[in-house]
Design a protein around this ligand. Structure first.
Ligand code: ACM
Ligand code: ZN
Length: 544
């Protein structure tokens, strides 16, 4: 009984079930597992249940124990030995099926025991997430809940993700989210098996990460005189003691968030925007611009000219120094260097930039961006990391291992040229777009229209891409630019439920996508978000 015929199959089960079996509870797992077979009976967690986890499964065993303890009040012991006669939840990587890959898992639930098998802790973690979603939704409560039978329907699940990059980008430059808020958002991500958090840490309006060698980046660049964007100043609490608007993460904060993410099998991809969107950095260090400044992050219309001077050798030292600190803080493979929306007027009028163009034989200013990105790439590669950047960096003759994040096209060209590509087209993946055509009823947004049904229908593999290049499509990502989202509740409102749809696009089989069943599962899933205190738009309409 596979998922596609789940409902039909359940009717059969219900008609043939004997009186001994309780009516099966149809699971509501988001994202939908690849294969799910229901059986008679239910497993019930009690005070006597034991979690069995060998050393290779210890972290997930502990995580699961904590998740279960909060709502149930049962401090379930975690042991390495078997416990005959007790109900047990076993997590193990021993003899796992090789086809489960790096992130897959098998989950078996019988009335006596739960078993999660995977090759890796990541796979076990995803198995644990699915198991949590087989239990009553109250398992996601942040408080103790009594008078509930903590049962899970007996079933067999085999599950591997379709894509390996299941991403969400948050812009913390336009408005600052505290580290505690980011950690909350990571918890919600983990629940949907999203695994890549793209942290947009710098932009024209602010620089958010402490760089020891250049302290002005944050003492100056992390603050504005006001909230901007014509927003109500009271819409945010991100004010410093001196009344300035903003904030930043210390390197200790960053380490804490990176570790928190890693414990949830989420990789953080830091973005340090270059060569444009650099006004905050240049307000602090104008000597790395073509004009010498001055710069301000407080322009009311949001029109900025913060572009690094790429004809000045000192600029490269500055950026290399910054990246050197970034490499140490973020253990992941990718470093995002931006590259979008570069206006080249400053370069046209800059003798240093023009001299480099002449010396390098570059015909147009766009070639100068390519020259700059290639230099960054060499440096990033020399430190064992991989460069990723927005669509615009594609044409620069990058090395094949540079990855492209497609927001305005070029995915097919990039993938056929051998680059890995993350799909985040505006029309299907931009969470700053309105969720409904009835804009008057929605909080003010930047524009656009991206209803839930459109995210759910999104297919990350470009239609014109020859199959041999499919492996270059790493996955899809939703981007959340926060110009008009000055607080956490608003960020969550724009993220959910659309991120749940993206999670399913990334994880589940294309053939298993079924809008009606998604809505059925989401109706239950929204209760989980409620219990976790996550805000979301309260509509599951396909067209908003
Ligand atoms: C972008 O949305 N400017 C990448
Ligand atoms: Zn210049």
């Amino acid at each position: 009984m596979k998922i596609n015929s789940l409902i039909l199959g359940l009717v059969v089960v219900l008609c043939t079930a004997t009186a001994r079996a309780a009516a099966p509870v149809i699971p509501a797992v988001i994202p939908q597992p690849q294969s799910l077979t229901l059986h008679d009976g239910q497993f019930q967690i009690s005070r006597d249940t034991v979690i069995i986890a060998a050393r290779d499964a210890r972290e997930t065993g502990r995580y699961l124990g904590e998740q279960l303890a909060r709502p149930t009040g049962f401090p379930l012991p975690i042991d390495t030995r078997s416990h005959p006669g007790k109900t047990t939840i076993t997590l193990t990587t021993k003899d796992a099926n090789p086809k489960l890959g790096e992130e897959g898992y098998e989950l078996s639930v019988t009335p006596d025991r739960v078993e999660i098998h995977a090759r890796t802790e990541a796979g076990l973690f995803y198995g644990a997430q699915t198991f949590l979603q087989l239990l009553p939704v109250e398992i996601f409560s942040t408080n103790r809940v009594t008078d509930i039978a903590w049962t899970a329907q007996a079933c067999e699940i085999e599950d591997v993700p379709r894509f390996k990059w299941r991403g969400w980008m948050l812009d913390v430059a336009r408005h600052f989210s505290t580290k505690q808020e980011v950690m909350r958002l990571l918890d919600a991500m983990a629940m949907q098996k999203l695994n890549t958090f793209h942290w947009h840490l710098t932009d024209d309006q602010a620089w958010r990460i402490e760089i020891k060698k250049y302290p002005l980046l944050t003492t100056v660049g992390a603050w504005r005189t006001n909230i901007g964007f014509n927003l109500d100043p009271k819409a945010s609490t991100a004010y410093g003691p001196d009344g300035r608007y903003g904030g930043f993460y210390t390197q200790n904060d960053i380490r804490e968030v990176v570790a928190y993410a890693a414990a949830r099998h989420i990789t953080i991809v830091p973005e340090i925007e270059t060569p444009g969107h650099a006004t905050a950095a240049l307000m602090a260090y104008p000597q790395y611009s073509c004009t010498g400044g001055p710069f301000t992050t407080d322009l009311p219309g949001g029109i900025f000219n913060g572009i690094y001077c790429v004809g000045n050798e000192a600029t490269y030292t500055f950026i290399d120094d910054i990246l050197s600190e970034i490499f140490v803080l973020f253990p992941g493979k990718y470093i995002h260097v931006g590259g979008d929306e570069v206006t080249t007027d400053n370069w046209k009028n800059c003798p240093k930039c023009q001299a480099v163009m002449t010396a390098q034989g570059l015909k147009k200013e766009g070639d100068l961006e390519s020259y700059f990105i290639r230099r960054l790439e060499k440096f990033i590669n020399s430190r064992g990391k991989t460069l990723i950047g927005w669509s615009e960096i594609r044409e620069g003759g990058l090395a094949q291992n540079a990855a492209i994040m497609d927001w305005v096209g070029g995915a097919t060209e990039a993938a056929t040229a051998g680059h890995d590509v993350v799909m985040s087209p505006t029309a299907d993946c931009y969470l700053d777009y309105y969720q409904s055509t009835n804009q008057a009823k929605e909080p003010h947004a930047i524009g656009g229209y991206l209803p839930l049904g459109r995210v759910y229908a999104y297919e990350p593999i470009p239609t014109n891409l020859p199959p041999v290049f499919y492996p270059h499509i790493l996955g899809a990502q939703c981007n959340e630019w926060t110009e008009y989202m000055p607080n956490l509740k608003h960020v969550e409102y724009m993220a959910y439920p659309r991120l749940c749809a993206l999670a399913e696009v990334n994880w589940s089989l294309k053939e298993s996508r079924n809008w009606e069943d998604f809505v059925r599962r989401m109706t239950i899933h929204l209760h989980r978000l409620d219990l976790m205190g996550v805000n979301y738009r309260k509509s599951l309409a396909k067209d908003g």
